[in-house]
Write a protein that binds this ligand. Structure first.
Ligand SMILES: [Zn+2]
Length: 109
């Protein structure tokens, strides 16, 4: 099967700018010292969220020019460009993201 290239170079570069700006903001919020020490256990929940987001942003930047960037990691469908502009590090479409975040506990019947 041919590799599908979904996003144009221009779209990727626009997202790259957004991701880099976000990475800079997060880097400032987290602090270079903490990022340098990967073993640090973030105490505050807000800091933990920032660290998680920073890693997602970094991961997105490293994937940005792969052909399948912008395709949902779960179902493979196109992630709408508007969603990517709002959340450039998104790796799932909205419905898969909702499923991932609200994964129902598999309670016994
Ligand atoms: Zn999906």
């Amino acid at each position: 099967m041919e590799h599908r290239r979904y996003l144009t170079i221009q779209q990727r570069e626009a997202l790259q700018r957004l991701l880099r700006e976000r990475a800079d903001v997060l880097r400032l919020e987290i602090g270079e010292d903490r990022l340098a020490d990967l073993n640090v256990e973030p105490e505050a929940a807000a800091l933990a969220r920032d660290v998680v987001e920073f890693r997602e942003v970094e991961a997105a930047l490293s994937r940005l020019h792969e052909p399948d960037f912008g395709l949902c990691a779960d179902c493979g469908s196109d992630i709408p460009y508007a969603r990517l502009q709002a959340a450039p590090s998104a790796s799932r479409c909205l419905s898969c993201q909702a499923r991932a975040e609200h994964r129902p506990a598999r309670a016994a019947p």
